[in-house]
Write a protein that binds this ligand. Structure first.
Ligand code: SF4
Length: 431
C-alpha cells in the first residue's frame, strides 16, 4: 500500500475537497488499507452523493473500531502523510564495523581509544577537537560513524519520564548515545540529532560525581541509577567494558543500586566483574511476535532469559521491562506465554523489579516509524493524543493490559516490585 495510491484515489473520489480535508481522508485510507491489507477502493467504495463529513465518519469508525464512539474527535491525530523511501531502515544483517571513527584529542590515549583502534583496524580514524560535526544526515547510516569523546556536561540527571506522568524516581547516567539494534518503536530514531554512535572515554569523571549527588529513591528501598536511556546498556560492552568499572564501583556503595538495561546477551564483562547484590541486570521482554517482527537484530526471548540465568548465577539480581506492550489480536495469549517462559526459566527470588508500559510515542516519532518501517504493524492499534501530548492507547485499553499482566506477574514473582512506567498518575493509583 502506497501513500500515492491513497492520495490518487481520494482526489478522484472527492475532487471538491480542499487540501486539509483531503489530507485527513488520505491518512485514514492509507492506515486502514495498510492494516487490513486491502486497496483504497475496498476501504471506501464509491458512493452516491458522498460528502467529506460522511467519508470521514465512515473512515474514523473503521480505523478506530474500539474507541470511535467514546472518544472526542480531537484526540484522533490525522497529520499529512509524508513518506520518504530514502529514510527506510536497512534491515540487511551486518556486523557493527564503523567506517569512520573520530577520537577526541583529549582522550586519544584512553584505554577505550586503544581498544577501538584494535577492534576496527580497517576504519578511517580521524582526530577531532570535539567541535567538528560528525555523523550522517540519515539516522539509518548512524552506525557508519563512531565518536570516542570526553563527556563534559551530561553526567547524571533525574529521569525526565514524561511530562505529567507518574514518576518512579529513576536516575540516569549517560554512558553513550546510539544503538545497533533496530527496534521499530525506538525513540532514538526521532530524538537523536547526531547520527553516529557516541561512547565516552571518561567513565572516571562520571563516577566521581556519584558520591556528591543526592539521588531520588522513588518507589524503591534505595536510589536506582541506570545507563540505558540513550543506548542499550550492554550492547557495546565488549568494546567499552564499562561493566568492568561500574560493578566494582557500586559494590562499594551498597546504599545505591545500579541497573544495566538491555536486550543483548553481551554479559561477558559482567561475568568477569563478578556478581553484586546491588547491581541489577534488566532485560526488556516482549511477546515473541513483537520480538520477531519489530525488534530487529535483537536476541530471542529464550537467549535473553538464558543470559539472565547466567547473570543471576554470578550473583546479580534481575529486572525485566515489559515495555512496550503492544495490543494486537491474540496479545493476551502471547504475553502470557512470555510470562510462562520466564516463570519456567528464572530463579524467581532473584527478580528485583518488573515494569510494564504500553506503547507510547510522540507525534514526530509516529512519522519516523512510518518512514523507516513502512511494513510495521505496531502502529496499527488505536492510538489517541493523550494527557502529555504523546500518543497512547485509550485508558480502557491500557487498563485492560495492566489488569491482565500485573496480577499475573505479581503472582509468579511475589518478591519483585511490579510497577507501571510513564503512566497517567490517576491510572497508576488504581494498580
Ligand atoms: S535496544 Fe533500546 S536503544 Fe536499542 S534500538 Fe531497541 S529500543 Fe532503541
Amino acid at each position: 500500500m502506497t501513500g500515492q495510491a491513497a492520495e490518487e484515489y481520494i482526489t478522484a473520489l472527492l475532487p471538491q475537497c480542499g487540501v486539509n480535508k483531503r489530507r485527513e481522508l488520505v491518512r485514514l485510507v492509507y492506515e486502514i488499507a495498510k492494516r487490513d491489507k486491502i486497496t483504497p477502493q475496498e476501504v471506501l467504495p464509491a458512493q452516491k452523493n458522498l460528502s467529506f463529513e460522511s467519508a470521514k465518519k465512515q473512515l474514523l469508525a473503521r480505523r478506530y473500531p474500539v474507541t470511535f464512539k467514546t472518544t472526542s474527535k480531537d484526540r484522533f491525530y490525522l497529520p499529512k502523510l509524508e513518506l520518504n523511501p530514502d529514510l527506510e531502515a536497512d534491515l540487511a544483517p551486518r556486523a557493527f564495523y564503523p567506517k569512520t571513527i573520530y577520537i577526541e584529542s583529549s582522550v586519544r590515549d584512553s584505554e577505550l581509544a586503544a581498544r577501538v583502534r584494535a577492534a576496527f583496524p580497517a576504519a578511517d580514524f580521524k582526530e577531532t577537537d570535539g567541535k567538528t560535526q560528525v555523523g550522517s544526515p540519515n539516522f539509518s547510516r548512524r552506525l557508519d560513524t563512531l565518536l570516542i569523546h570526553r563527556e563534559k556536561y551530561d553526567f547524571l540527571k533525574p529521569c525526565p519520564c514524561s511530562c505529567s506522568a507518574a514518576c518512579c524516581g529513576y536516575n540516569l547516567i549517560n554512558l553513550g548515545f546510539g544503538c545497533r539494534f533496530e527496534c521499530e518503536y525506538c525513540f532514538l530514531q526521532q530524538y537523536q540529532n547526531l547520527h553516529a554512535v557516541l561512547l565516552p572515554a571518561n567513565l572516571e569523571e562520571f563516577l566521581s560525581k556519584i558520591d556528591e549527588t543526592p539521588f531520588r529513591k522513588g518507589l524503591f528501598d534505595r536510589p536506582r541509577i541506570g545507563s540505558g536511556e540513550f543506548t542499550d546498556s550492554l550492547v557495546f560492552d565488549d568494546l567499552t567494558r564499562y561493566s568492568r568499572q561500574l560493578v566494582p564501583f557500586f559494590r562499594k556503595r551498597p546504599h545505591l543500586q545500579f541497573e544495566f538495561k538491555t536486550k543483548s546477551v553481551n554479559i561477558g564483562g559482567l561475568l568477569e566483574a563478578g556478581g553484586c547484590e546491588n547491581v541489577v541486570v534488566s532485560w526488556s521482554v516482549n511477546s515473541a511476535k513483537i520480538t520477531d517482527t519489530a525488534e530487529h537484530f535483537t536476541p530471542a526471548l529464550s537467549a535473553r532469559l538464558a543470559a539472565a540465568c547466567e547473570a543471576a548465577k554470578a550473583g546479580y539480581r534481575l529486572g525485566f521491562h515489559f515495555d512496550p506492550v503492544i495490543i494486537y489480536d491474540g496479545w493476551q495469549a502471547d504475553y502470557a506465554r512470555t510470562v510462562q517462559e520466564m516463570a519456567d526459566t528464572l530463579p524467581k527470588e532473584k527478580v528485583a523489579w518488573i515494569s510494564v508500559g504500553t506503547l507510547r510515542f510522540s507525534r514526530e516519532l509516529k512519522k519516523m516509524i512510518e518512514n523507516r518501517f513502512p511494513q510495521n504493524t505496531i502502529l496499527d492499534g488505536e492510538f489517541l493524543l493523550d494527557f502529555d501530548g504523546k500518543m497512547r492507547y485509550s485508558d480502557l485499553q491500557r487498563k485492560e493490559v495492566y489488569q491482565f499482566l500485573l496480577p499475573l506477574l505479581r503472582k509468579i514473582f511475589p518478591h519483585a516490585q511490579v510497577y507501571l512506567c510513564m503512566e497517567d498518575p490517576k491510572l497508576v493509583q488504581s494498580f
